[in-house]
Design a protein around this ligand. Structure first.
Ligand code: MEV
Length: 324
């Protein structure tokens, strides 16, 4: 049995796919996966595994387990799905950690690499930001290894090693002060694969989109010292700028923008932006007055919840003892 946290991307979503840096942190929402070997057919929560409903779990079994024996998988999700807060990464990392444990592997960089391969193969693109944050916990900075941000202890390199598509990213530990932010979920389900593909198409055709990706990278670099100094006013201002660049990429959604506008008008707000892939999903607010921000989000039709950033990463969980 293993568990893994959700994540919030503070800076750099989408740009990180193109090698620019991103900063992300694990949340205190967790997904737990229990894997049990061996049954006659592979099931998820008692149902036969199906690519339509269990795509990440099916890819985990195919790519990591690779044995003819069937496994029984039980999941308990604490991260809201398709909300931009890392539900598929948490599910993938926890499942891969449990499968690897059954195979006798417990090394963390190996988990980060295997979970990234599962996520990228399932989504058909993307970076290791979500799976590395969920694996490492705390806060991380990540960027293409051609351009490492060198902001903290180097944790691991993660790559995609398919011939003709080789990519590699460096993951570093970043000091993440225990920070509470408010998330506003629009309730519109955003699909990461669709948003990543949309930005890729736009970047091919449009120089403004390519410039926005580079500008997001520059804002992320500026955020590193601001976070370190706990200069929340500066961090908030950078979040506002990042939001407008994400809007230019085409990943904003009217339902999310409604929450952004509502929270910007609320006292105490220091900054806010889309978090994650967009196209719906969630926004994140840095605020001096979390209760006020939450109320503004709810009044604008969203679901608000506070999360504490910097929670522990993936870990193996003890099974409940069986009564004799
Ligand atoms: C999704 O949480 C973050 C994106 O940058 C995609 C990725 O990095 O894989 C949009």
């Amino acid at each position: 049995m293993a568990s893994a946290p959700g994540k919030v991307i503070l800076f750099g979503e989408h740009a990180v796919v193109y090698g620019h840096p991103a900063i992300a942190a694990a949340t205190d929402q967790r997904t737990v996966v229990e894997v049990d070997c061996c049954g006659d057919r592979t099931t998820v929560n008692g149902f036969r595994i199906h690519d339509r409903f269990h795509s990440y779990l099916l890819t985990s079994v195919e790519r990591v387990w690779k044995r003819p024996d069937a496994v029984r998988i039980q999941t308990e999700g604490g991260v809201p799905s398709a909300s931009g807060t890392g539900s598929s990464a948490a599910l993938t990392v926890a499942c891969v950690a449990a499968l690897r444990r059954l195979q006798g592997h417990e090394d963390i960089p190996g988990l980060a690499q295997a979970a990234f391969e599962v996520e990228r193969a399932t989504q058909g693109g993307g970076s290791p930001t979500d799976t590395s944050t969920s694996t490492a916990g705390g806060g991380i900075a990540i960027s293409s290894s051609l351009d490492p941000p060198k902001v903290g202890e180097r944790l691991w390199d993660v790559g995609w090693h398919v011939p003709g598509e080789e990519r590699s990213w460096t993951v570093e530990r970043i000091d993440m002060p225990p920070l509470t932010v408010v998330l506003g979920n629009s309730g519109v389900k955003g699909r990461t694969d669709e948003q990543v593909a949309k930005v890729a198409n736009a970047a091919k055709k449009n120089a403004v989109v390519r410039d926005s990706l580079a500008e997001i990278g520059a804002l992320t670099r500026e955020a590193v010292p601001a976070l370190r100094k706990k200069d929340w006013a500066a961090v908030g201002a950078l979040m506002d700028k990042a939001h407008s660049r994400l809007h230019t990429l085409g990943v904003n959604h009217p339902a999310v923008e409604t929450l952004i506008q509502a929270v910007r008008a609320a006292p105490g707000t220091l900054g806010c932006k889309i978090t994650g892939a967009g196209g719906g999903g969630s926004m994140v607010v840095l605020t001096d007055r979390p209760a006020v921000a939450a109320k503004a989000i709810e009044a604008a039709g969203g679901t608000a919840y506070g999360v504490t950033l910097g929670s522990p990463g993936a870990r193996l969980e003890k099974m409940a003892a069986v009564e004799p």
